[in-house]
Design a protein around this ligand. Structure first.
Ligand code: F6P
Length: 355
């Protein structure tokens, strides 16, 4: 078969491991031929591609980013975008397309599937919030990066008697904040799922310091919201939106640090980890997970499970409808919040919630 492949949306460590696994199994076991479309859906709209053979995927397993590069191009927002994608697929005589991406990329895959294109999805998002799958690759690496950063911030916080507020990725879901906050021993974890009361956060820090501690670590997801802001809107970097309608988040750590310092009188600093979380080499866990997704995806191509996505469920790679995966984000649920709250004496993920 001739199989096309693309990576769309924000990058994350492990994309190259998926590409490598798809190509290796496709070539070794199915005698497939591959074409890589460059920069997400833009590659199909503009007919920009590269051959993907064993040589092209050699040595890419430990590399971050994606050899196919990526973009947040939305064909539905471009004149004749979807039709141009279909025309390029026809021109290259592509039998099946493997789309590696998050809910935005996969929603385009679903649209193309509805127009008769044979598409298989592979779940990707650093935020770990794609529906239908237990984990997405890249998340583990991000948590390791953040955990190391928190460890480093700990020592300087301790040396200076400071409160340090660490801002991490997580637009709608607080998985990175929650996991890395637990792993890094944070004193307060703030996630988008639960708007927080800044007075309660400050009070918990004050009480901790009264108990004899003289520094604190707060981990906050970029999409976390102040409950006092009324509408519960996240903090935006600017008013611009990408082609899928997402605003650029960021800046909550600086605002929160200021408010904590104002309320407690403790010297407070903000650290924004940003794209450092998405860069660099994937962890061993993510290399294995991404490889398993890739192997699962090429098997699905040959089982003709089109319109489906490879998913991890109970540590098995299974096939689920794309529709199910994109239906809703997998956010941190109450049960998880309650479990984590057991770690905190006065205030935790739950207690910080304004409602
Ligand atoms: O969607 C994943 C994500 O990493 C979010 O956590 C973050 O808000 C966004 O991408 C950043 O996007 P960009 O790379 O376009 O700045």
């Amino acid at each position: 078969m001739k199989v096309g492949m693309l990576t769309g949306g924000g990058d994350c460590p492990g994309l190259n491991a998926v590409i490598r696994a798809v190509v290796r199994k496709g070539v070794f076991h199915y005698h497939d031929e591959f074409v890589g479309f460059l920069e997400g859906w833009r590659g199909l709209i503009e007919d920009n591609s590269m051959p993907l053979d064993l040589d092209a995927v050699s040595g890419i397993l430990p590399r971050g980013g994606t050899i196919l590069r990526t973009s947040r191009t939305n064909p539905s927002k471009r004149p004749d975008g979807l039709d141009r994608c279909i025309a390029t697929i026809g021109k290259h005589k592509i039998d099946a397309l493997v789309a590696i991406g998050g809910d935005d990329t996969l929603s385009v895959a679903q649209k193309l599937h509805e127009k008769g294109i044979k598409v298989i999805g592979v779940p990707k998002t650093i935020d770990n919030d794609l529906g239908g799958t237990d984990y997405t690759f890249g998340f583990d690496t991000a948590c390791n990066v953040v955990c190391e950063a928190i460890d480093r911030v700990h020592t300087t916080a301790e040396a200076h008697n400071r409160v340090m507020v660490v801002e991490v990725m997580g637009r709608d879901a607080g998985w990175i904040a929650l996991y890395s906050g637990i792993a890094g021993g944070a004193d307060v974890i703030l996630i988008p799922e639960r708007p927080f009361d800044v007075d309660k956060v400050a009070e918990s820090i004050r009480q901790r310091h009264e108990r004899g501690r003289y520094f604190s670590i707060v981990v906050v997801a970029e999409g976390a919201k102040f409950s006092s802001e009324g509408s519960g809107s996240p903090i935006l970097q600017d008013m611009g939106k990408d082609e899928f309608g997402h605003a650029k988040l960021g800046g909550i750590a600086n605002i929160l640090a200021r408010e904590i310092e104002k309320r407690t009188g403790f010297e407070t600093r903000a650290v924004v980890l940003g794209h450092i979380q998405r860069g660099g080499s994937p962890s061993a866990f993510d290399r294995v997970l991404a490889t398993r997704y890739g192997l699962g995806a090429i098997d699905m191509v040959h089982r003709e499970e089109y319109g489906c996505m490879a998913a991890l469920r109970s540590n098995k790679i299974v096939s689920i409808p794309l529709k199910e995966a994109i239906a809703k984000n997998r956010v941190v649920d109450n049960e998880m919040i309650q479990i984590v709250d057991g770690l905190f004496e006065e205030i935790g993920v739950k207690e910080a919630a304004g409602k």
